[in-house]
Ligand binder design. Structure first.
Ligand SMILES: Nc1ncnc2c1ncn2[C@@H]1O[C@H](COP(=O)(O)OP(=O)(O)O)[C@@H](O)[C@H]1O
Ligand SMILES: [Mg+2]
Length: 384
């Protein structure tokens, strides 16, 4: 088990200063939970490794809140003679541990390091597949379009790669419609017995495009998110990562029980924004929220979609100024190509197939190349 970089761990602590002080020295962000212990229901629950001292006021409510809303964290509970309810809550976390009240600060420190490594391992995909998730800062930013084109660009880059696109917009996913594909994913059946999900079952749920891309997408189902479970969706992703070389996930904008665990472990998170001030600010905020979930993995990348297609226009958009305003680097820009996007959607084909020379397709190819090569810092914006 690899020891995570301590400086990238976000510790959240409800404990006496004597026990939490060594975590401060480890580096990384340390958040004191005393302020929200009184009312955890009304607050975001921070951290990737959480330490709660059972003896302090609000400890039980805080533990329950984390078990319900942030089961992806590593949870360390300090206490003697714990009530059954607290022990049950502990079972819900990706990784958890208990120390007696007599534990020393060094014991807390060691347990926290182990939890940080375990939490990542427990929620991480099982194999060496790369998994990228795309999420929009605002509705209609272009997530589905970019997810589809990314999957096709991967296949184009290396035809031997097995590439799968998973549409997790369970209620109203559009990727199958964009590709004129079959919606074969049965979310209710899958989540009813997550332990039965294996490669054979997923193969039956997947539709294969003639270019060799696999699509896991269900029919329009307004109640799908009510029957879907965190375990089922994470198992689906886990098995898919064991079957394919590259998995691209089209995530909905709203939060679901499986959103945070996915965002915390995938290799790359691409936050897609359109070219408006409100969208850029939302994208900056969303990137920071995602970063708080990601320890020891790449921070979220911001993708600015539908940039002006003409070079002269593009240069008139002050990307640097936008970056300063939102305190965030814009990692990639994708140029606008309405005609090709509309034609592709109407034909039920990827844009790469309808117009391979589209600037949008070129920019996506450049994004894929950059991320696959792991050189995102060097990509030239809006590369022609
Ligand atoms: N770079 C682009 N240039 C032109 N049109 C685009 C581009 N990206 C997306 N679109 C179009 O914008 C609309 C919304 O895109 P979509 O992928 O459905 O967004 P989302 O999944 O975020 O709701 C679609 O009509 C799509 O064809
Ligand atoms: Mg969409």
């Amino acid at each position: 088990m690899s020891r995570p970089d301590a400086s990238s761990i976000h510790w959240a602590v409800l404990a006496h200063p004597g026990l939490s002080a060594p975590l401060q020295q480890e580096g990384g962000l340390v958040t004191d939970l005393a302020g929200i212990a009184g009312d955890p229901s009304g607050n975001e629950l921070p951290g990737s490794v959480v330490v709660i001292d059972d003896r302090l006021p609000g400890a039980h409510a805080l533990l329950e809140a984390y078990a319900l809303r942030r089961p992806d964290v590593g949870m360390l509970l300090i206490g003697d003679d714990l009530p059954a309810q607290a022990v049950r809550a502990l079972f819900r976390f990706a990784a958890s541990d208990v120390l007696a009240c007599s534990a020393t600060a060094e014991m807390v420190q060691t347990a926290c390091q182990t939890l940080a490594a375990k939490a990542r391992k427990e929620t991480a995909p099982a194999s060496g597949a790369t998994c990228w998730a795309l999420r929009g800062a605002v509705g209609g930013a272009g997530v589905t379009t970019l997810a589809i084109e990314t999957a096709f660009a991967m296949k184009q880059r290396q035809p031997t790669w097995q590439v799968c696109l998973i549409d997790l917009n369970l209620t109203d996913g559009m990727s199958a419609a964009f590709l004129d594909g079959q919606k074969k994913l049965d979310v209710a059946g899958l989540c009813a017995a997550p332990e039965r999900i294996d490669s054979t079952l997923l193969r039956a749920y997947a539709w294969e495009h003639e270019k060799g891309i696999f699509l896991l997408a269900g029919p329009r189902a307004p109640l799908a998110e009510e029957v879907a479970t965190r375990d089922g969706i994470l198992q689906l992703l886990d098995v898919a990562c064991g079957m394919f070389d590259h998995v691209v996930v089209d995530l909905p904008r709203h939060r679901t029980p499986w959103t945070d665990p996915i965002l915390s472990v995938v290799d790359e998170v691409l936050v897609v924004s359109e070219l408006t001030v409100p969208s850029l600010h939302a994208a900056g905020d969303l990137c920071r929220e995602v970063d708080a979930l990601r320890t020891g993995v790449a921070p979220a990348k911001l993708v600015l979609n539908r940039m002006f297609a003409k070079r002269s226009h593009r240069h008139s958009f002050p990307v640097d100024k936008a970056e300063r305003a939102i305190h965030r680097k814009i990692d990639f820009t994708i140029r606008s190509d309405w005609d090709s996007a509309r034609m592709a959607a109407n034909l039920g084909m990827p844009i790469a197939q309808v117009k391979a020379r589209s600037p949008l397709v070129k920019d996506i190819a450049s994004l894929v190349e950059t991320l696959v090569e792991g050189t995102s810092d060097t990509q030239e914006r809006g590369a022609a």
